[in-house]
Design a protein around this ligand. Structure first.
Ligand SMILES: Cc1cc2nc3c(=O)[nH]c(=O)nc-3n(C[C@H](O)[C@H](O)[C@H](O)COP(=O)(O)O)c2cc1C
Length: 325
């Protein structure tokens, strides 16, 4: 196996492959399997802001519970927070690879201080899985985006471990957003989250979840932005996420400039041990191309280094696909 080491968020990883945040990373057994299968790091299943806020509320009322039903739901929620902290401590005790907890949030209020507790539990870094759903047509894009910046400022003041922002790809200017993250001291950006999306079942006339697992075609929404972000003079680490089904996909993201590559759907479908195959395929490709380590080819095809940068700027089909008419 070639040397697959990489640095991410100031951490040294033996492989760029990360087991992405999902149910797969919610048990110690799976985390152990991920490390044994060659994962460079693991991102734990997201703890939801709502869970944290209920936990805080419960502590502040000191057991003065309103009603039995509420008690049960508070207990369930706070219990999951305690379980989460236990998972972090256990993972840190058991694994040799970095452990990155994740918080899913929809506001910059309430939960931030809790990030300190996560850091104190031994987290190597923290991933913030964030998306503010704009539901008000009078809210401008700039106002909607401000919430991200407020969140980062509060979080940076609260914790000293590295922070990665896991974002969606729907901003008017992704490069601006990442520049603003960087200016506020964020160490990494995960490009991109793949959100729950609604679909319509026309037979039952109801809303159903769209495909839960990604397909390799979805790389097309990610590659361009990684290639363009990694070409900026920003010291912010990029972790690729979405559509990795093979070692070739991992290589594509590294060539575009990613420091790490997260995998989720493929491991749900093929088992966590499939990470071994992914590492092996990356290594085989490196041997074939005579690369001794990842730094020799990382970002080689990004917006700055590729001889025809216009390939990343083009969005219309006119020239390249005129033969399809
Ligand atoms: C069943 C499932 C659960 C997920 N749960 C989370 C989560 O809790 N937090 C998070 O940040 N991302 C979550 N994700 C998103 C994945 O971490 C990943 O970013 C996304 O699936 C794209 O990667 P992939 O194409 O390799 O699946 C989940 C994805 C799936 C399929």
């Amino acid at each position: 196996m070639e040397n697959l080491t990489t640095n991410y968020l100031g951490l040294s990883l033996k492989s760029p492959l990360i087991l992405s945040s999902s149910r797969l990373t919610s048990s110690i057994g799976n985390l152990i399997e991920a490390e044994a299968s060659g994962a460079g790091a693991v991102v734990l299943k997201s703890l939801f802001e709502e869970q944290i806020n209920h936990h805080i509320y419960k502590l502040s009322t000191r057991g003065d519970f309103p009603e039995a039903n509420d008690y049960i739901s508070y207990y369930t929620r706070s219990h999951s927070v305690d379980e989460y902290l236990k998972l972090i401590r256990n993972a840190k005790k058991t694994l040799g690879i970095p452990v990155i907890p994740s918080i899913n949030c929809v506001s910059s209020r309430g939960w931030i201080d809790f990030a300190k507790i996560i850091a104190d539990a031994g987290a190597d870094a923290i991933e913030i899985n964030v998306f503010f759903m704009p539901l008000d047509r009078k809210t401008t894009s700039a106002d909607a985006e401000k919430i991200y910046f407020e969140l980062i400022e509060k979080l940076k003041a609260a914790v000293s471990i590295p922070i990665a922002m896991k974002i969606g790809n729907r901003f008017s200017n992704i490069l601006y957003m990442i520049d603003q993250f960087y200016m506020r001291g964020v160490e990494g950006v995960v490009m991109f989250n793949r959100f729950y999306e609604p679909d319509i079942d026309i037979n039952h006339m109801e809303i159903v979840p769209a495909a839960v697992f990604s397909s390799p075609e979805e790389r097309r929404y990610v590659l361009r932005w990684i290639a363009m972000t990694s070409a900026q003079k920003l010291k912010i680490d990029i972790s690729a996420s979405t559509g990795v089904q093979s070692g070739e996909d991992v290589v594509r993201y590294l060539l575009a400039g990613a420091r790490t590559v997260q995998v989720c759907s493929a491991l749900y479908q093929k088992g966590i041990t499939f990470m071994n195959n992914l590492n092996q395929q990356v290594s085989d490709w490196m041997i074939n191309k005579n690369f001794a380590n990842i730094d020799e080819f990382r970002g080689k095809l990004n917006w700055l280094n590729y001889e025809n940068p216009a390939a990343f700027e083009r969005t219309q089909f006119m020239k390249y696909f005129s033969s399809v008419d």
